[in-house]
Write a protein that binds this ligand. Sequence first.
Ligand SMILES: [Zn+2]
Length: 463
Amino acid sequence: MELKYLIISLTLVITVSAEKKSYEGYRLYNVVPKDDAAVDILKDVQRRGLGEFWEDEFGVNHTVKVMVPPGKVADYNNYVKTGNIVSKEVIADIQRVIDDQLKPALNRFSQSYLSYSWTEYHNLDRLNAWLDELAKNHPGIVTTVTMGKSVLENDIKGIIINYNPERENPLIGVLEGTLHAREWISTATITWIIKEFLTSTDPAIRALAENFEWHIFPVVNPDGYRYTFTTNRMWRKNRSPANITSCASAGVEDDMSSGVDLNRNFGFEWMTVGASQDPCSNLFAGPGPFSEPESRAIRDYVLRLKDKGEIIYYIAIHSYTQLIVVPYSHVSLDDSLLSGNYGDMYEVAIRGADALKRRFGTEYRVGLSADVMYKMSGTSFDWVKYAANVPITYLLELRDLGEFGFLLPANQIIPTGLETMDALVEMDRTTRNLGYYQYRSSGVSAVCSVVVVMFGVIVALFG
Ligand SMILES: [Zn+2]
């Protein structure tokens, strides 16, 4: 019995570790279900193996993206005709767009720093090499840090930027990137922010960089990120093989079951809403809260940071749909006060979105997940808000609104970086104005020391 199970497991492992998945001839459709019956029919599209969704969850009047394999196009079209569903082809060959995304951009923006650039997307090895380079080129300011190891023993690597290492009880900001593997613009934007923090001469950016101790992790799901370069561009989850099973009844390949959705795996409201217990789902929350080493690494790191200083910001960066999502994600607006300072977080986010729009006109929506997407649970940013009581905590969904979605062309990396930086600067200004913190720069302590010395001199002279 044991041996039989082992052989089955091994066979599954062998069949899933296939070569790079091609999306040649796959078509992408934009679909809008107009009523509940249409939603049900649409959900059956995937179960019948006629297509695979880009969205995790959807409802009436939501625009859903469906990838349809080349041999299923006629069946798919016939099937959606049975419901009150509008389906429009938006990409005729998904592989072509995937290939295009890997080409360096030729546009008016051209920028690089050391070995890294923002005219193309970079894989995990290039990223990690650049982080090492930063530490070497900014001694005393940048240090690399490993948060922990992934399921497949890759380092979850990041950097600490600290312009004032001797300060005690520092203000801390955390940026979490690419928890979902296929959301490449997250990593690209976070590396842009790192570059700006280290090289910008803009006084507002300098203040934001230097008054905080920044803990920045461009990829917290290294196995998944690597897998999107080597094997399947559309991969979302981690690469845990612990729950592998047959996915025939779910209408997807068995490989879909070798991974947990890390943004459903955290131990706050775990598995209560917008998550799945089916390993074949993209929303698989794992066998239990914090079952995955990646989510445990984030948990333990944040709890250690909480003892070290005052965490003011925790921003988890995803894509796409241009949103600033405010915690908590399992509640409706009636219960928004549960998070303690929803009103302030909302105001900070709205001002950030306004600033973001000024540069290129890009519009972001702000609100609870229930309002701007759907309810969900077990997410990293909700857990951080709850467990570490971080005042300003968001999940950002970057560009675009769905024209390219996860396959955002490389010529949008720099514009996305520029406008996101605008938002962060304005958010910080608002957060400070609301009284969440005061700068504790070395300049301030120097002024304090001068005052103390002068007071001492005055006492000595006249005392
Ligand atoms: Zn995501």
